[in-house]
Design a binder for this molecule. Structure first.
Ligand code: GDP
Length: 465
């Protein structure tokens, strides 16, 4: 096992032909190691310089100059990890940062494991676990919403909320415990009612957080969108129109998009992960059938279904099947090929929805060929997922499955407390479940997690973070 106190080093920037590369060291010895490999003017020693200063010079190895650098010195505890930290800004590219890293390792550092800088920040109390997890979310964010919610978590929004709930739970547990220990002086008569009211409030708060998880996931990962429709309706063309480039294969032979294409697009801050699917129709062709089945199973999992209808043709049995399939799902119907003479319009769609006993989804006229109708589609998506409102409010969003799971366990425990109150159980029953809820919530901030879980969480991080 690696020692937690050793000095670690890693390349923190991406290994590509960039202007600058950064090699970071953290740990007790980082200043001394930097001294061993750095040469500045008048033999200045980095370990004798002030904290939070930048120094120009060279990284050298066996008398050979590796690169011209700027070295940033930061003494703990006022650093990201809480430890002494040195960041060497060298030239970017795939080779130079690696040579500088090797020099650090020869100087006495050891290679950092993925996420080890952030893990140290967590172990040194600079971040709680929810903030540490937000670090990776910030790095991975792909749209404005995701970034804003991750930064708010990084600043401690989830941590504060969870701590608030936990402190209320702890207050009640402490009260019950002391009353049980000292029944002569602390009366617990009628305490069930007070507790019931407070637990109900806590449950509401937890529920609000859980409700935010769905929006949170969509914000973070994007709206999982599947395009369905009969062969040749124009699904690939609609996808190309949305992406603004020719990526899906567009042909006029029915049944050519047999496999699944996944594309990612940004729509004014909302991310859509769009899957174009094989056209849905009854078929005897084995390969095509696999595509159709796959299309249906993708659509089952989707947040949004975009159903492309060829409006130059009348609706048929295959369409009926698709209508049946999308009933009850969030979907948008596109009447494509609006540039051609119309054989299917709003009225036919309404009729079909009535037949299927389903609520009519938004119906939009588009022409993928003429690229008409994109704005209306964007607006419809926004209304569906953000109630037309694209501004990010300062609410706390849960975007992490682990945190969601912890909230669900806490909810369960608090529901048990309510049950015990309703059944007039003895007070020690309350406190057992209250403590369970307290513990579950503690896994969000990291106060009640074991080493294994901590290691697992940080191992998912990227190198150098
Ligand atoms: P898919 O099988 O549903 O993916 O359909 P494609 O996107 O491959 O399109 C099938 C055919 O319809 C191609 O020849 C397209 O050029 C044509 N097409 C697609 N959209 C439109 C449109 O809006 N207007 C017209 N006139 N033709 C279109």
């Amino acid at each position: 096992m690696y020692s937690e106190s050793s000095t670690i080093a890693a390349i923190s920037t991406s290994m590509s032909e960039a202007g600058i590369g950064i090699v970071r060291m953290s740990g007790e010895e980082s200043f001394e190691i930097a001294d061993r490999i750095y040469r500045g003017k008048r033999n200045k020693k980095l370990s004798e310089q002030k904290s939070h200063t930048i120094h120009y010079g060279y990284i050298e190895e066996d008398g050979e100059t590796i690169d011209e650098v700027l070295v940033m010195l930061m003494r703990g505890p006022h650093t990201f990890t809480g430890e002494d930290t040195v960041e060497i800004n060298c030239h970017g590219g795939v080779y130079v940062p690696r040579r500088v890293l090797e020099a650090c390792l020869r100087g006495g550092a050891r290679p950092a494991q993925p996420g080890e800088f952030t893990k140290r920040a967590f172990l040194n109390g600079k971040l709680d676990l929810s903030q540490a997890e937000a670090v990776i979310d910030v790095i991975q964010s792909r749209n404005d919403y995701a970034l804003k919610s991750s930064v708010s978590q990084l600043k401690g929004s989830v941590k504060r909320k969870v701590e608030e709930i936990r402190s209320k739970i702890l207050y009640h547990t402490a009260f019950i415990e002391s009353a049980l220990d000292d029944p002569e002086h602390i009366s617990i008569d009628g305490y069930g009612q007070t507790l019931e009211r407070d637990v109900e409030e806590l449950l509401d708060e937890i529920q609000r957080l859980l409700d935010s998880a769905d929006d949170g996931r969509i914000m973070k990962e994007g709206v999982q969108t599947v395009i369905v429709g009969k062969p040749n309706a124009g699904k690939s063309s609609v996808l190309n129109m949305l992406l603004g480039e020719e990526r899906a294969i567009v042909t006029d032979i029915a049944g050519t998009t047999r496999d699944i294409l996944q594309e990612h697009m940004n729509l004014h801050g909302i991310s859509l992960n769009i899957v174009d699917t094989a056209g849905i129709r009854k078929t005897d062709d084995k390969v095509e059938k696999i595509g159709v089945d796959r299309a249906l199973s993708q659509a089952r999992e989707a947040d949004l279904i975009i159903y492309v209808v060829d409006s130059s043709l009348p609706l048929d049995e295959n369409d009926r099947k698709i209508f049946r399939f999308i009933a009850g799902k969030k979907s948008i119907i596109l009447l494509n090929k609006s540039d051609l003479a119309r054989r299917t319009g709003d009225e036919e769609i309404r009729q079909m929805c009535r037949e299927q006993g389903m609520e009519e989804p938004p119906v939009l006229s588009v022409s993928a060929k003429e690229e008409e109708g994109i704005e209306e589609l964007e607006q419809a998506v926004k209304e569906m997922f953000y109630h037309g409102d694209i501004s990010f409010n300062s609410e706390v969003y849960i975007t992490n499955a682990r945190q969601k799971h912890a909230l669900e366990s806490a909810r369960q425990s608090l529901e048990k407390v309510l049950e015990s109150i309703h059944m007039d159980m003895p007070e020690d029953f309350y406190s057992i479940d209250l403590m369970d809820a307290y513990e579950s919530l503690g896994t969000i901030t990291g106060e009640t997690v074991g080493e294994d879980l901590v290691n697992e969480i940080f191992s998912k991080f990227c190198m150098g973070k």
